[in-house]
Design a protein around this ligand. Structure first.
Ligand SMILES: [Zn+2]
Length: 389
């Protein structure tokens, strides 16, 4: 009898193991079914535009399975893109609170939450989220970019400059360019208050962050002009030409007045001829033609501008040609006809915008250092082509 019991023991153990395994499988199966029901119910609500019910069901599904995290990020980002920020916030806040999520997912949720706060205009809360992420190497640059965006919107230039250490570490040209403009903003204020030494220090800092900041050179030239240091101002304008040929037409007149103060107009015209040859700029052409007119007479100047306009026609150039034609015509009726053409061209040009943003295409008749549409720094430059330079 005892022997029989011993023989049955492995069978009993086997039966117990088999039943236990079945029970685990069953529990797992039940959990899966619950997840599947909650998940599909959530998706159904989402598709039938009942977003709030959908969120509740999908968040419940997340409690049961981490595999749905990506779907939650996608859903929240979709809400944000549609402007439904309260819903995006609800999902991201929920994700941040989940203890069982991986660190990677929690960091992503915190970053996305910061973006939600920013979109909702809750700058202080967005700022707090991005500052927390500065130590994280995956989110440092992105967080710095958003922080600079926040400080630009709130005109808190000092706060932006306080991030200098972190910004310099990234060596990212775009964000260094942004930092240089923060220094330029402070320099503009100091210039208005006539604090010469402070302006120079701030502009040196700006050029340290971005040696191609033509705005810093533009301000520096202004400081030198105010102190009758025309040689230095001329050098700044020459630097601007090297830094940004598209922006240069805007400084031609100021550069000319500095050379005139130095009684070095000949030198200026050699430079402006070079600018015209290299860029085909209409402002440079008109300036050079005025020199030809004064030095060699109307015919030589007209010959030059006609040749230039055939090669590269612009409406500004045409208007100047009409003006020159009026000066060399003696017959009154011809002068009157030319005047009508000139007025017509002027009226046409008056409704055209002088500047366009090279990033977003925003047009404006006024120059802004920061584009009012995309907020990019130093992107508004004189329009090129038939109606521009
Ligand atoms: Zn823009």
């Amino acid at each position: 009898m005892l022997t029989l019991l011993f023989l049955l023991l492995p069978v009993a153990m086997g039966y117990g193991w088999f039943m236990g395994r079945n029970s685990i499988k069953q529990n797992h199966q039940t959990a899966k079914e619950t997840l599947s029901i909650k998940y599909s119910t959530g998706l159904n609500y989402l598709l039938s535009n009942q977003q709030d019910k959908a969120i509740d069901y999908l968040l419940e599904a997340l409690k049961l399975e981490d595999d749905t995290v990506e779907a939650h990020f996608a859903m929240a980002n979709l809400f944000r893109r549609r402007g439904e920020l309260d819903r995006a916030l609800k999902v991201h806040e929920y994700l941040v609170r989940q203890k069982h999520l991986s660190n990677k997912d929690k960091e992503q949720a915190a970053f996305e939450l910061g973006k939600d706060f920013l979109s909702a205009g809750l700058y202080d809360r967005a700022e707090a989220m991005f500052i927390k992420l500065l130590k994280n190497k995956n989110y440092c640059l992105k967080s710095l970019t958003y922080l600079m965006q926040i400080y630009q919107s709130t005109k808190d230039w000092h706060q932006g400059i306080a991030l200098k250490k972190d910004i310099v570490k990234t060596r990212d040209k775009k964000i260094m360019h942004s930092l240089a403009n923060f220094y330029c903003e402070l320099a503009t204020q100091a210039l208005a208050d006539d604090q010469f030494i402070e302006v120079i220090e701030l502009l040196e800092n700006a050029l340290q962050q971005d040696q191609n900041s033509c705005r810093a050179n533009w301000l520096l030239a202004q400081v030198y002009e105010n102190h009758q240091q025309y040689n230095e101002a001329c050098l700044c304008y020459q630097d601007i030409y090297q830094q940004d040929k598209d922006f240069f037409p805007d400084v031609i007149e100021r550069m000319y007045s500095c050379y005139r103060e130095l009684e070095a107009e000949e030198e200026f015209y050699i430079f402006i001829r070079k600018v015209y040859d290299e860029t085909g700029s209409t402002s440079a052409l008109i300036k050079y033609v005025s020199y030809l007119e004064d030095s060699y007479g109307n015919n030589r100047a007209k010959e030059f501008i006609l040749f230039a306009l055939k090669r590269r026609p612009t409406i500004h150039g045409f208007k100047h040609l009409v003006k020159m034609q009026m000066l060399s015509t003696e017959q009154q009726s011809n002068i009157e006809n030319l005047d009508v053409i000139k007025e017509l061209v002027s009226a046409y040009l008056n409704v055209k915008q002088r500047y366009s943003c090279r990033t977003c295409g925003f047009n404006s008749s006024t120059h802004y250092w920061s584009c009012p549409s995309c907020h990019g720094w130093e992107q508004l430059k004189p329009v090129r082509g038939l109606e521009g330079e």
